[in-house]
Design a protein around this ligand. Structure first.
Ligand code: NIG
Ligand code: FE
Length: 417
């Protein structure tokens, strides 16, 4: 006897589960069962097959999904969803043509959010982040990565990480947390970035001891941290058993992509300005390229990451929102899927693989997220779309009908006509 049986599924999307991320050409293939059924027992996927056969199975409850699409819960592998305040004032500066890095250099940007985050109590941060987290879930995401990096001091960085830990205790969504202490150089360390980096490295043991983060990350960029500093920080994290991620070659081509391959980082993120050589090396590695087209869009840049070139070179590509209060202010991963189609020229199959199986690999959760196979946790989304190609096509809205985590409905659309 199953707990739940979904039948009459128009298309059941089954991104391939393998021992490594889908690379290049492999991303073009998306396994789909038409007219499918899926049974859930004890929070796990227990049976997958044709609807005709599924309808004969016994279950406690039945759900006729009436031809809708069902996919694994989406995975958003790069966000900064825990922060204080907001920065709508910067929109006018951007309109006046002030570059992102200039806003940062004059004490705004990331540093303005640092001020608001330092001024927030843990309770305030928790409440604000729950609001964002619930919105993330509402868009069909069942596994999310979140970063610290708006504290830039011991106390506030730990506060952000603790908030994520508490959110994990309260919400069913899976949260992977990343220590991004070196996100910018705070005013009190202006001109002394090496000293600041030492301070951040000195926090690693405590973070490890209290299991406050799974990954370390650093903003490797002009005027922020150099490739050498990034290498020192990532290696310090690796030594203590953290996974490694890097904000690499977002604005200037510094060589962060090559560094990611060299240190065997789990992911290299942004990569808009990645060099030909960097892309070639990525293609030969298992480091996942996490592309963030929402950020390029929001920063008003012409040049997007070269996703086609990456895929043609054998790179494993994932997509994420980069949700944060400055460079990409949206929790909507579906919007990113549309931007991937329109601005990165990715096919619908590549896009679905990039927000499920490859996104799971980008945060080391490939064993538990991003696929729907028998025995896997039943994290899935019922989509109000006629076929999987439809989602990137109809942009800017929420196509979720309902979201399930471990077989339990955690979210359904707000109104039904
Ligand atoms: O991924 N690039 C650095 N960090 C974030 C932006 C953070 C912010 O502007 O608050 C990013 O784009
Ligand atoms: Fe980011």
């Amino acid at each position: 006897m199953y707990d739940l049986l979904l039948f009459n599924i128009g298309q059941l999307l089954l991104p391939a589960s393998t021992s490594r991320p889908l690379k290049g050409e492999e991303m073009k293939h998306l396994q789909v069962i038409e007219k499918a059924a899926m049974a859930v027992k004890d929070g796990k996927v227990a049976w997958i097959g044709q609807s005709e056969e599924g309808e004969k199975l016994e279950a406690i409850s039945y759900l006729d999904v009436q031809g809708k699409v069902v996919s694994p819960g989406l995975v958003d592998p790069h966000t900064h969803f825990v922060f204080g305040g907001s920065r709508e004032n910067e929109l006018a500066l951007k309109q006046a043509g002030v570059p992102y890095l200039d806003i940062l250099a004059s004490g705004g940007g990331i540093l303005s959010t640092v001020q608001s985050t330092r001024n927030s109590t843990e309770e305030e941060l928790f409440l604000k982040s729950s609001f964002h987290l619930e919105r993330i879930i509402s868009y069909g995401v069942t596994t999310v990565e979140g970063k610290s990096g708006y504290g830039l001091d011991r106390e506030t960085e730990l506060k952000q990480l603790k908030v994520m830990k508490k959110l994990q205790e309260k919400y069913p969504i899976r949260i992977v947390s990343t220590f991004l202490g070196p996100h910018a150089v705070p005013p009190e360390f202006k001109g002394k970035s090496d000293l600041f980096l030492e301070e951040m490295i000195s926090m690693l043991e405590e973070i490890k001891e209290h299991s406050l983060a799974d990954y370390v990350d650093i903003f490797c960029e002009t005027g922020v941290f150099t490739v050498e500093q990034s290498k020192a920080f990532l290696e310090a994290g690796k030594k203590l058993g953290f996974g490694m991620k890097i904000h690499a070659d977002e604005i200037d081509s510094l060589g962060g992509t090559e560094l990611a391959v060299k240190v065997r980082a789990t992911s290299a993120d942004h990569l808009v300005a990645a060099s030909e050589e960097g892309i070639k090396q990525l293609g030969k590695s298992d480091t996942v390229a996490v592309l963030l087209p929402g950020t390029t869009f929001y920063l008003g840049k012409e040049q997007y990451a070269k996703a086609r070139k990456m895929i043609d070179t054998g790179v494993a590509v994932a997509l994420a929102t980069d949700f944060n209060p400055g460079s990409c202010v949206t929790e909507n991963l579906q919007m990113i899927m549309s931007l991937a189609a329109l601005k990165l020229n990715m096919s619908a199959e590549e896009i679905w693989n990039a927000v499920t199986v490859n996104a799971a690999f980008a945060i080391g959760k490939e064993d538990v997220a991003g696929t729907l196979t028998t025995g896997a946790q039943a994290d899935f989304v019922v989509w109000e779309i006629p076929n999987y190609q439809y989602l990137p096509y109809h942009f800017g809205v929420n196509h979720v009908h309902s979201v399930y985590i471990a077989g339990e409905k955690v979210r359904r659309k707000k109104y039904e006509l």
